[in-house]
Every structure is written in C-alpha cells, then in structure tokens.
Write a protein that binds this ligand. Sequence first.
Ligand code: MN
Length: 231
Amino acid sequence: MSDDDFVLPPPPRASVAVAGAARRFPVRRVYCVGQNYAAHAREMGGDPDRAPPFFFSKPADAVVESGATLPYLPRTADLHHEIELVVALRSGGADIAREAALEHVFGYAAGVDLTRRDLQAEARKLGRPWDFAKGFDHSAPIGAIRPASSSGHPRRGRIRLAVNGETRQDADLAEMIWSAPEIIAILSGFVRLEAGDLIFTGTPAGVGPIRPGDRVAGEIEGVGSVELAIA
Ligand code: MN
C-alpha cells in the first residue's frame, strides 16, 4: 500500500539508531519486565523469590532518541529514572524455547524506563492499570542498539545511571532474576513476538526522582549508553 491508500498520512514509524550503522532499527512494540533485580523488587515492596515475571508495555512512539531534552512530563510530581538493558528482536514467534531465544535477538541497548511513580503508586493501591504511569509520551529514551552479531550477548557487565554526575543506580547484569532468553521464552507464551519488538528487562535498585534541569546519563558495560535532559 502507498500513502495514497490512507485517509490521512500514515504516522511516522518509530525507530532506534544502530551503533556503527547508517540504517535504523524499526520499532514494532515495546515490552517491559517488572521487578527483575532482587534489590529493586525489595525497594518496591515486592518479594524477589523468582515468582514468574510480569510484563507491561509502552507505545512504540514513546521511544526517544538518546541525547534528547524532554519537557518535564505532565500529571506527575514524581518522575523516576529506571536504567535497563533493552533487547531488540530481529525475528519472533510464539512459545519460543529458551534454548532458541537468542537466535531472535538483533542486539542490545541501554534504555530508561521513565515512570510517573506517583501515578504508579496510585494504580497499585487501587488495582488499576499502569498504562499512564509507564506508557506516556517520551517514556522510553533509548541509546543506539549494539548488534549481537558483532558484540555477542551480554550476561554480565556494570549497569549504572547518574543524575547530574551523581551515581544513583549501580549494579551488574548478572543480578537479573530472569535472563534475556528466559524473558523472551516466557513473554512469547503470552504474545507472539515479532521483528522490531523491544524488551526492557527491568531495573536495578536505586530508582529515584528526576527534576527540571537534571541531566541523566546511563551506561551498560559492553552495550552502550543513553542520555537525556529535562528542560
Ligand atoms: Mn522498569
């Protein structure tokens, strides 16, 4: 189909930069894992006992290029940072076996799961959906994707985030409760995964507020970095 087949110009396709390449990664869907580091599960009042992981999602067009300056986001007084390893899929399927899961990975990036913590706390208390606490405009800043074909699949490595140069989150990917292949296997049992899907794999402890004027810098060893500023 061409643009002329639509009653309006089709919306632009969300995409993410690929490290060392001119061409970009097209985004289909954005999935996220909740509480995948024990110390963060505890700080959120959870119990890190390898209970099955739970998932939520963000719209594809919530993706923001690393380096962007964002407005302070509306309807919140408690905007939080969550640095996360992001998995980018080159192919998909349903009920993918854990042993075959990494074949579907295009690469990895550092991303920030921006969260309106006050809206999330209210939703948790009232048993309401998290959509507007997690899936709002500009809620998914993400750095360039590093292809697994050149850099492999990270199983360990320092993951950290600083606000205005002060370290807030500092952990290791090896502390993830559920690994990337386990997450892909379990998530693909709930939804069919496809090329272009991104999966935020959860954040370590140390989440906290970011305020107008703050500069946020995240880095994952062997994967890449992500930066954003709040106007
Ligand atoms: Mn998160």
